[in-house]
Design a protein around this ligand. Structure first.
Ligand code: NAD
Length: 441
């Protein structure tokens, strides 16, 4: 078997092409436009470290598409970050926003740095300089960053403060989301991505595709990555009656067949910097976690974790992509053949950008909504997106008779998986809106 291609750009193109090929009358020039990023910014700047030395820092902001409104997407800090990875993530943001019907396009950004080796002072200097370099690019109605891996509320507060100082006398709160509550952050934003994963899973299970698992209660869950998304997802699934059998972070994982208490894991991680070593648990590797005996697997860390080398060993009946891009196209095929369903990233983790949108709306009118309102609005939007994807998928697989294929504008042959169905819904919305606006001039 030829070696699997793990290039993020190639993978995002394969996923896009698989979906686009099933949409009737999508003009080839329009396909090219929807595939390519609108613009890519690559910036290098110097930063003075605490010991007086100077380091050159590389950073990126990629804007993929703005057909529906300002571009929206997180900022990631990671030592291995590449412009190709950021570009593929910017594309995902376009499809994610379209799938949950937000008036946003897609973008992503990042800084090549290792937050574990930087002091708070150094991180603040890097974030302020990064923001000043992006000053003419980001803005409340042009491009709006948010947190992602190894960035948090504090990072967003520095971005807001820097932008606000450079652009006084305006309401600059909507320039960035995921801010601390005291600076205009939305109630529920911190929990939104993990909670949204739970809502998407809950609604998906209610469709009875897995007859023996029609609700979260009683499910055994394994979660790779115990950061913002993974730890909140663990709490949410636990609260709904699931047993969390395994979790992990970058240093390794822990397992307990009788179940783990997410709150106790968080306390242990806060004290020890890792989940590994928690009393009464068995230490496992991240590779072992993915293949552990469980009902639902949540990759909640980084990309390409489920690939051709381990997809045949996954034991879960359902994979919920809390992380972005955790499954390769080759793994998708293997999981599909094995009857394992995948709730794709653009659906599973869309709760985060949905509540970011609510934060942006609240900031624009200087209001703060109740937590119940935020959560119920988010739940409604995630349920509607699950329904839209499910209907498309079902409309294509109900039978061999072409008359059974009830979706307009989709080629016969059906939609093979939920990722492709979700991408078809999103790509069609963006393509239709592009043509509706009219190709300029
Ligand atoms: P985070 O930085 O809060 O947490 C990341 C976690 O992953 C940490 O526990 C870290 O130790 C662990 N990790 C890192 N590398 C790992 C590896 N190789 N193996 C196992 N664990 C590893 O980040 P986050 O905000 O929770 O984001 C996690 C994922 O969710 C990312 O893919 C991100 O793009 C996606 N996501 C995040 C949001 C959000 O609102 N934060 C929204 C949508 C999608």
């Amino acid at each position: 078997m030829s070696e699997e291609i793990l290039d993020p750009i190639v993978i995002s193109e394969q996923q896009f092409d698989k979906a686009a090929a099933r949409i009737v009358d999508l003009k080839s020039g329009l396909i090219d436009y929807l595939k390519e990023p609108n613009r890519i910014h690559i910036i290098n700047f110097p930063v003075e470290l605490d010991d007086g030395s100077v380091k050159t820092i590389e950073c990126f902001r990629v804007i993929h598409n703005r057909v529906f409104g300002p571009s929206k997407g997180g900022i990631r800090y990671h030592p291995d970050l590449t412009v190709d990875e950021v570009t593929s993530l910017a594309k995902l943001m376009t499809w994610k926003c379209a799938l949950v019907n937000l008036p946003f396009g897609g973008a992503k950004g990042g800084v090549v740095c290792n937050t574990k080796e930087l002091s708070p002072n150094e991180l603040r200097h890097i974030t302020r300089r990064f923001t000043s370099e992006l000053f003419s690019i980001i803005g409340p109605s042009t491009d709006i960053p948010a947190p992602d891996m190894y960035t948090d509320e504090q990072t967003m507060a520095w971005i807001f403060d820097t932008y606000d100082r450079l652009n006084p006398d305006k309401n600059n709160r909507p320039v960035v989301t995921g801010k601390p509550i005291s600076l205009g952050g939305s109630l529920g934003r911190h929990e939104a991505t993990g909670k949204g994963c739970m809502f998407a899973t809950q609604h998906f299970l209610s469709k009875a595709l897995i007859p023996e698992q029609q609700e979260i209660a009683g499910a055994r869950i394994a979660i790779q990555g115990f950061g913002n998304v993974g730890s909140i997802a663990a709490e949410e699934f636990f609260r709904h009656g699931a047993t969390i059998v395994a979790v992990s972070d970058s240093k390794g994982g822990i397992y307990s067949s009788s179940g783990l208490d997410p709150e106790k894991i968080s306390e242990f991680k806060d004290e020890n910097g890792t989940v590994v070593g928690m009393p009464d648990t068995m230490t496992i590797s991240n590779e072992e976690l993915l293949e552990i005996d469980c009902d639902i697997l949540l990759p909640s860390a980084t990309a390409l974790q489920i690939n051709s080398s381990n997809a045949k060993n996954i034991k879960a009946k359902l994979v919920v992509e809390a992380a972005n891009n955790p499954t390769t196209p080759a793994a998708d095929e293997i999981l599909q053949q094995r009857g394992i369903y995948v709730i794709p990233d653009i659906l599973a983790n869309a709760g985060g950008v949905t509540v970011s949108y609510y934060e942006w709306v609240q900031n624009n009118v200087n209001e703060q909504w109740d937590l119940e309102l935020v959560n119920s609005k988010m739940q409604k939007r995630i349920f509607a997106a699950v329904d839209a994807v499910f209907d498309y998928w079902q409309g294509c697989v109900v039978g061999d008779n072409p008359d059974d294929h009830v979706n307009d504008g989709i080629r016969e042959g059906g939609v093979p998986d939920f990722r492709t169905a979700a991408l078809i819904v999103a790509i069609k919305r963006v393509a239709d809106a592009t043509l509706m606006r009219g190709i300029w001039p």
